[in-house]
Design a protein around this ligand. Sequence first.
Ligand code: BEZ
Length: 403
Amino acid sequence: MHSPNRPITRRSFLSSTAATAGAAFAAGALPAAPAIAGAARVKVGLLLPYSGTYAMLGNAITDGLKLRLAEAGGKLGGREVEFVVVDSEMSVPKAPQNTSKLIGKEKVDFLVGPVHSGIAAAMARIVGAKGAPILIVPNAGSNAVTRQFCAPNIFRTSFSNWQPAYPGGKVMADDGHKTAVTIAWKYAAGIQMMQAGRTAFEKAGGKVIKDILVPFPSVEFQAYLSEIAALKPDAVYAFFSGGGAVKFVKDYAAAGLKDKIALYGPGFLTEGVSRAQGAAAEGVKTTLHYADNLDLPANKAFRAAYKKAYGKEANVFAVQGYDTGSLLLTAMEKVKGDTGATKEMIATMEAAKLKSPRGDISFSKAHNVVQDIYLRKVVKGEQQLVGVVARQLADPAQGCRLA
Ligand code: BEZ
């Protein structure tokens, strides 16, 4: 772990793993950009999971964010950057305390997080009520964050749970499936994605015969898989992510279901984990706002830079971190590093149009990302593009007073 005041190199800026609660470090020795004389470092608080089933997601977001800032010289609006990193431990009860600590004690200028929808709703209530600092959500899809809890100082660079899940239900019906079972972790993300997939499937003529909810973050799937085998649906629509997704997809194949009952889901089911899932993931079709082989200059450059920096393949979580970096850079460039200019930064972010590795993105009136949704298929461990299932899809944003 870096000491807060010790200069670090570009390489160590990229590769530091900020996994310890409350740890902080500065990006001191990165290539110089014109600094605002005497300005203190910009403090960016990260509340992300660095342990447990979503640790891979938190690390990829952090890596993507750091890569984007390093590409821009390691500064925001001409000022050095200090990250204050807190492991969310995926704990909803600890979320208010963690959020208040970053705002009150650490006095961060920006908040980035979380991954988990339950934590996002808790953070949004606190940050929205305060009006500052600006919170950028780089993963958690809680629909409420950009619906009833939407606020001027909350933006999301990832997705709402509805966005990647709804088009997936129609894909299942279009593939000729008439009946399905849904299975998901029992918390906001699982429930909202399951409902969105179910709604689209049934609208297209399909019938969901059972919704199965698994306690989060349990990976004891055997009893549920036996139930699915007995129900004999045409298809299964599943939400799991990270370590839990590795186990579910492997168990599904080991239970002999892979060649009998087609498996679908929002792309989190295989994203960033398809190599670990191996043969069990091959051929699984999912919908998401990213595919590894998108033929876009921004994606090719991003994937090459990410691989060079970290020695591994990028995934959607890294893309979301990278785009969070782009949004921060855009806002801070406009106000020349004046973190007090919240209103001007918000206006800049509302108007931002980014060339993301996932394609062109912008922000809705509710401050949720507007983006294409892709159908992908796992081929040799890669999320390969099959087609675009929704162009520039915006969340419906019901209940958001900004929209
Ligand atoms: C969520 O809790 O919002 C979430 C977690 C992992 C992947 C996707 C969504």
